[in-house]
Design a protein around this ligand. Structure first.
Ligand code: SAH
Length: 466
């Protein structure tokens, strides 16, 4: 049997907090079995062919489901698959990783453990609370906050170190009163950090005698280190903290924008409005062309995927509409010879007018349905324009539930606006360029903001402003 199971800690929420080893495993796994604490956008790192199986716990049905998960792990390994069992935080911190490892061992299935950053520490860190601090706390104790036997409280209430409770939200009041009953001061500071390390993180501060509860998942931190938050708080000061921003590009295109939003403290909601369907076409003989003009990243990637040998390009001059298209071309070690200052199609045409000779032949890779201005205008300069239709865009299935907490939406193209559900035009619309902005206005968006520079960077700058 060559199959193997990796029990992988995915970290607490911020997807960049997975370890390098964990991410490498996720990227190469054939099967991914994941919990409810795992974010969808982490799964985007899996290979396209990977089978993704949700194994979240249903309330009240714990033991049965755990049995099923155990069996599934063994079954997939016996099919000679590389299985990544992805768990929130660390697999051995209240993650039932131990039970799964024991079951694999009993069934002679090879396994590895890839530790993760537990929410117990990371949640505190993102709230600006160090779990230990010289002169304040010499230890920290991670405790199951659910159904804790009385004798634990007797001991915990005497410990001077920091207490961190997991799975303890519904029991918060009881935990605080048990600790006070056994002698802990009612003035002891308490922090409750929910959805820690993600854009929805919220922190409530109080004392054992008055702290309020919050949504789950949350960690509860008890001890004087909580006071350090006043000076060390950092994550909640980020420019996009508290914002829920919808990203609408095709699924595999969203990583960069989502990462930027999350690195700046926002919650990025992936809601693809376009799906790229590559068409089965062959590249023509490229040596017969003088110009190759790209108008989208999709066109660039699909074109170069088909190109067998870079020398087939001959002496063709490569052009780009837009900064991101140009950047994408550079990945293939080709410097586009012209990128307009103003990243819209009209500007490209203007710039090319005195460069293209009437006898030049132009190849234009594109999508099936796109604005016709480029071919039309190019045809006015040279009659020898060939369109190479490489892909079709279709509307994916929507889960509108995802939009319920959103405040803003980013649009990178007019077609993304067109495909976005009409009834959500009360969101603030951030558009990559003026044509997209016009489409948003036409769709009834009241607040439409256009990036100063027509790129992701330009869009991010507008998001920071308001
Ligand atoms: N293995 C996980 C813990 C699983 S138990 C870890 O190491 O973090 C589930 C509990 O973890 C939740 O009840 C909550 O207390 C805590 N938790 C997990 N993710 C969290 C998050 N993003 N924010 C706050 N608490 C979290």
């Amino acid at each position: 049997m060559t199959g193997k199971v990796y029990l992988v800690g995915a970290g607490p929420g911020d997807i960049e907090l997975i370890t390098v080893k964990g991410l490498n495993c996720l990227k190469t796994a054939d099967v991914i079995i994941y919990d409810s604490l795992i974010k969808d956008n982490l799964l985007n790192y899996a290979k396209d062919s990977a089978e993704k199986i949700f194994a979240g716990k249903r309330a009240g049905n714990h033991s049965v489901l755990q049995e099923e998960i155990n069996r599934l792990l063994v079954q997939k390994a016996r099919e000679n698959k590389k299985v990544a069992r992805l768990k929130g935080g660390d697999p051995f911190v209240f993650g039932r990783g131990g039970e799964e490892a024991l079951y694999l061992k009993e069934n002679n299935v090879e396994f590895e453990i890839i530790p993760g950053i537990t929410s117990a520490i990371a949640g505190a860190a993102y709230a600006g609370i160090p779990v230990t601090h010289r002169g304040i706390s010499n230890s920290f104790h991670v405790v199951n906050g659910h159904n804790l036997p009385e004798e634990y409280f007797k001991v915990l209430s005497k410990l001077p170190g920091t207490l961190v409770f997991l799975m303890g939200v519904s029991n918060l009041e009881n935990t605080c009163s048990e600790l006070m009953k056994h002698g802990k001061s009612p003035e002891t500071p308490v922090a409750v950090v929910s959805s820690a390390t993600g854009g929805n993180q919220k922190t409530i501060i109080g004392t054992l005698s008055n702290v309020e509860s919050c949504e789950t998942p949350a960690i509860i931190i008890i001890g004087d280190v909580v006071n350090l938050r006043e000076s060390i708080q950092w994550f909640e000061n980020k420019p996009l903290y508290g914002r829920n921003i919808v990203v609408t590009r095709a699924k595999h295109r969203n990583k960069e924008l989502m990462q930027k939003i999350e690195q700046n403290g926002g919650n990025a909601v992936e809601f693809p409005t376009i799906e790229i369907k590559p068409l089965d076409v062959k590249l023509p003989n490229l040596k017969q062309y003088d110009w190759l003009i790209f108008t989208s990243i999709n066109g660039v990637e699909l074109f170069f995927n088909k190109l067998q040998d870079v020398r087939d390009l001959g002496n063709v001059k490569v052009c780009a509409v837009g900064d991101s298209t140009a950047e994408c071309i550079k990945k293939y070690h080709i410097k586009p010879i012209f990128t307009p200052d103003d990243f819209v199609s009209e500007a490209l045409i203007e710039g090319l007018r005195d460069k293209i000779k009437p006898a030049d032949r132009i190849l234009l890779p594109k999508a099936e349905q796109t604005r016709s201005i480029i071919p039309d205008e190019l045809k006015k300069i040279s009659a020898r324009v060939d369109e190479l239709v490489l892909y079709r865009t279709v509307i994916p299935e929507y889960n509108k539930q995802l939009l319920k907490d959103a405040d803003s939406v980013c649009f990178m193209s007019p077609s993304a606006v067109k495909n976005f559900p009409k009834e959500w035009n009360n969101l603030k619309a951030y558009c990559i360029g003026p044509i997209t902005s016009n489409a948003a206005k036409e769709a009834g968006f009241k607040e439409v903001i256009t990036a100063g520079e027509y790129s992701i960077k330009g869009l991010m700058e507008k998001l920071y402003e308001s």
